[in-house]
Design a protein around this ligand. Structure first.
Ligand SMILES: [Zn+2]
Length: 190
């Protein structure tokens, strides 16, 4: 008699964690990021599908050098990256998923040997996590949409932010002003 009354309540409560777990996993399929607007500047915050691939798919897409950095958290040797001395005007996109990550306007000469920026294209597009590897406490930066390792951010950058986003060239794809304008025009037509 007692257990017959209790059973529906037990069933109901035992289902609640299942229901909330389902809600969480579907919410995690998208991320809030800013895409590039038709003018080449950050657009409004939108929900974009998270880019998820297997290790084999990433390796095939990226090639060994970019795979080692983006997916295995490697670091390229200083003064070797092809974007270190790039002074052209344009936008730097994620080599993994093409999300805009940095603008040429915030690039500065840090002397470290890695491309450096004082602010991201949009703060939503970069995810920061604490990194205690190699006996140091650092802040690792990831692409918000594909989770690719980009580099680290340090608090010794120039004004106006005082931040130094230290990047690996292979994590980025650069498009100059003309290419950005062309992409913007295509976005506006959609
Ligand atoms: Zn990405």
């Amino acid at each position: 008699m007692f257990s017959r009354h209790l059973l529906p309540a037990v069933l109901l409560f035992s289902m609640i964690p299942l229901m909330s777990a389902q809600t969480n996993s579907s919410a995690a399929d998208t991320v809030a990021v800013r895409l590039m607007g038709p003018d080449g500047k950050p657009g409004p915050v939108v929900e974009s599908p998270r880019v998820v691939k297997t290790d084999a798919e990433w390796e095939k897409q990226l090639g060994p050098a970019a795979y080692r950095v983006l997916r295995a958290k490697g670091t390229e040797a200083p003064f070797c990256g092809n974007l270190l001395d790039n002074h052209k005007t344009g936008v730097y996109f994620c080599a993994g998923c093409d999300l805009p990550l940095f603008s040429s306007g915030s690039k500065f000469h840090s002397g470290t040997g890695w491309p450096s920026f004082y602010e991201p294209f949009a703060k939503e597009n970069i995810t920061e996590i604490r990194d205690s590897s190699h006996g140091m406490i650092r802040t690792e930066i990831l692409c918000t949409r594909c989770g690719g390792h980009l580099g680290h951010v340090f608090e010794d950058g120039p004004p106006p932010t005082g931040l130094r986003y230290c990047l690996n060239s292979v994590s980025l794809i650069f498009r100059d002003e003309a290419e950005v304008k062309k992409m913007g025009a295509e976005t506006a037509r959609q």
